[in-house]
Design a binder for this molecule. Sequence first.
Ligand SMILES: [Zn+2]
Length: 480
Amino acid sequence: MRVRTFGVVAVGVITLAACSSSTSGHGTRLTGPPSASGSSAPQGPPSSGASANCPATYAAPDPKRPKVALQFTVSDDLSTAQGSEHVEFTPDLPITELVFRLTANTAPTVEAGNKIVINSAKADHGGGAPKYDADGAAPSTQGGLLHIPFAAQIPAGTTVSADITFTLTLGNGSFDRFGRVGDGASRYAWFGSAQPLLAWERGHGWHTEPMIQFTAESATSEAMQTDLTVTAPASKTVIMSGDPADPGGTGATKTWHSTVDSARDVSVAVGPFVVSDSIVNGVKLRVGATSADERDQLVELFTLAITEHSKRFGPFPFPSLSVARVPAQGGGIEYPSSILMLDSSKLVAVHETAHQWFYAMVGDSQALHAWLDEAFATYAEELVDNDAPPSSALDMSGDVDKPTASYGDGESAYYSVTYTKGAAALHAARAAAGDDKFDAAIRCYVNANAWRIANPSDLATALAALPAAIAVLRKAHALP
Ligand SMILES: [Zn+2]
């Protein structure tokens, strides 16, 4: 889900001025009317005749997807957030518990001063007292998984409600989902995957894979009907999933509210952002940065990214994209309809935007099959830049489709194999099948798996008529 400043992903050459200064201000700039050109209008899968494996447009979200209402109240000094979560969940399999992932308790995240503490957790249908699993989380925390057990098995199809309250502590800003940087009026904070994340996959059940020992991803979550409310000091702008309007008002705090029809997760950034609002092919693009120059540079890059990816993969999955360039360094982290940028490069902007299709819309288990979003985002970014990796990347040792936790603390190997080798395999598969046929098959895969959690077998289904592509991906151990 991210691109780090590793040589293996070629970001190391990009250097940026330090951004922890207080050069910031307020302001909203409208950068032009809605585009009427529709140049990225969906063309549908090039193959004629829709089928179950190749619908003509994105599959609709599951009408029985979970509903979640999240509230965060950020403290004056942005060091903590009080959170509450209400979930309504209708499992497609019988359950004996609810399981939520506590991403903020990942060991390196806690080392930087961040953590989540559950204050209360309860469920109807006889939900009992919460329990916690360490699951590889920092030992000083409650753990990496929150369980709410039931006295008796709950049949599939039963809607269960849960209410959780929690306190989030934000530590020193670094390349992570959580952080706080600066002082007083120039202080920024951000958090993503901050709420206990319902760890369900339809047809599979709970995902309880161990937390990983570096700051990549290990969560799996269904797309949910999401309602997000953030209360923050009135002097700050909030940039978050769902692109809320500025609530205005004259009080000490402002409450920002948005909804996202289908989102696996959310991110929130709070600070004295310099903001731009524009419309790109019908998508509301909000970009906030610490300076007008950096903001303008990012508007240009995200306009390009939305436009180019839409041409290849289909319409942008959300009505809006909210981008927060926060004052820390390292790369980018994507969320449904929002992106945290800790970098201002084209590479990162294009990569994270590609994740709106691969991860945000076509989901995957980031614990078990991370390549399905990371290799695809890297591949998509390289197609925009016409910059395929050398085929020698395929000679790297390691299976592309491999559980993230199996890398232990081998962060470098994870990035090399999952991103670089995975993307190289996709380029090689495209070359073997023929660009047009491969692109059409990927459109089928995207359409069929929209708003679901895809597995490698779903990709194999989409590529079934292209055995040369399958052979390349199997050789790299990307497909079974
Ligand atoms: Zn990524």
